[in-house]
Write a protein that binds this ligand. Structure first.
Ligand SMILES: [Zn+2]
Length: 439
């Protein structure tokens, strides 16, 4: 287990490393109109804390070899670190932590743009699946695709995510749905962990849907996952989480309990696709089994939300999925008011193709009822906790990774206020500028 955790906590990037004898790369960011630190205790933010951004005006930050060493006012830091090898002048701009996308389905073959025509006819997510679309179609295409093909397309998506400011990405399997195919998807995610500057956190989602060859035999498929898939996933891969889609026609509460308790036993933390299309008791189940997060939660019951509060389960809300599936938006205010930490994700998938956490933050403010400050907290520090990396990323504090964004806006509220624009000007991952867009 230690090996696996170590790998996720200290991912290797392809960002070129300096020769060992060369000077340590140093980065100084100066004069941010707002430097949003999100500093605070080592736990997810909840209730009123979600609005406490800890903003520094004329803010500055200094990093050495990818780690933040100092944060403060520019007049103090400018003289102290004048020999920094890279200096970013953020005058008039807003600096925030890199986005953490807490929920994606990154690796798959093909696309499903034809389903928009079916959606226009009024077909639901379930009707599209019954007509041969949805997850089933993507599974067929993914099983046929080569490892290199899967790697190349996932890598291109990850590039786009990074260019939109996402520096840490949770990525699920779930389009293999057989033991060898699911392990193949995990090996693609491991290649991305090694080769891509973004931090990738793999999640095993063998319980995404019941594959067609097991139709009507959900219990047998769940058995296969428990007996054959989970032991290999835990022993041979860098997966950190196990996720289950709990919904009518997918997996039952009992199946999910079995899977998640076995996963926990093997060292994988739980996540649940919960209450997306109906109240299937997913929120309560996630809380009861000690899952790190329950995701979607469009139809979560008050009782489910109460249990999440009790157990400290993080709510990962996915407004772009509501948009794509034409279902209601989750009631984020209930979660905030009940003291459940709220995080955000894109739900990037063939059903919901967006790489942009800025768009998601904007949807969260316009449709979920979060304030701009809450949306920013949900897209950074709380999302970091939802993927198990809250102590390493998600806020701009001494000792954390220097993952940050310069936004071409005068204050943090513009992030959620602007819908679908390009506010991300510079992306810094592990202390290195990986993207700079000149105005
Ligand atoms: Zn999902």
């Amino acid at each position: 287990m230690a090996r696996r955790h170590h790998k996720v906590l200290a991912p290797k990037g392809t960002v070129p490393r300096p020769p060992p004898e060369g000077p340590a790369p140093t980065l100084l960011v100066l004069h941010a109109a707002e430097l949003v630190t999100l500093a605070g205790d080592e736990r997810p933010r909840r209730g009123k804390e979600m609005r406490e951004l800890r903003v520094l005006e004329d803010g500055a930050l200094y990093a050495v070899e990818g780690v933040i060493r100092d944060v403060g006012e520019s007049r103090a830091l400018a003289g102290r670190y004048e020999n920094a090898s890279e200096v970013i002048d953020a005058a008039g701009k807003t600096v925030i932590p890199g986005f953490v996308d807490a929920h994606t389905h990154l690796v798959f073959a093909g696309s499903r743009e034809h389903e928009l025509e079916w959606k226009a006819e009024g077909m639901s997510y379930q009707e599209i699946a019954a007509r041969g679309g949805g997850i089933g179609l993507t599974v067929q295409e993914t099983r046929k695709e080569s490892d290199d093909g899967l790697y190349t397309s996932a890598r291109a998506r990850l590039d786009t995510m990074l260019a939109h400011g996402t520096t840490t990405v949770e990525a699920k399997t779930g389009y293999g749905l057989s033991v060898p195919d699911e392990l193949r998807l995990l090996s693609v995610l491991e290649r991305l962990q090694e080769a891509h500057p973004a931090t990738v956190v793999p999640t095993f989602l063998g319980a995404h849907a019941i594959p067609h060859e097991y139709e009507g035999r959900g219990d047998e498929y769940a058995d296969l996952l428990v007996r054959e898939a989970l032991p290999s996933v835990a022993a041979k891969t860098s997966a950190r989480f196990c996720d289950v889609f709990v919904e009518d026609g997918y997996f039952t509460g009992d199946q999910a309990r079995r899977l998640l308790s076995e996963a926990e036993h093997l060292g994988l933390s739980g996540k649940v696709h919960a209450d997306e299309f109906s109240d299937g008791g997913g929120a309560a189940l996630a809380a009861e089994v000690g899952a790190v997060s329950a995701d979607h939660l469009v139809h979560a019951s008050p009782e489910g939300i109460r249990k999440m509060t009790e157990h400290g389960t993080i709510a990962v809300l996915l407004p772009a999925a509501s948009l794509a599936s034409r279902i209601p938006f989750a009631k984020a205010r209930h979660f905030v008011e009940m003291g459940v930490p709220v995080a955000l994700g894109t739900d990037f998938s063939p059903n919901c193709w967006t790489e942009s956490m800025a768009l998601v933050a904007s949807l969260a403010a316009h449709q979920l009822g979060l304030t701009p400050a809450e949306a920013l907290t949900a897209a950074t520090i709380n999302a970091a906790y939802a993927v198990g990396l809250g102590r390493e990323v998600g806020s701009l504090e001494v000792g954390k990774r220097a993952d940050l964004l310069v936004l071409d806006v005068p204050d943090h509220r513009h992030l959620a206020y602007r819908i679908g624009g390009r506010v991300v000007e510079t992306v810094v991952k592990d202390g290195r500028v990986v993207l700079h867009r000149s105005p």
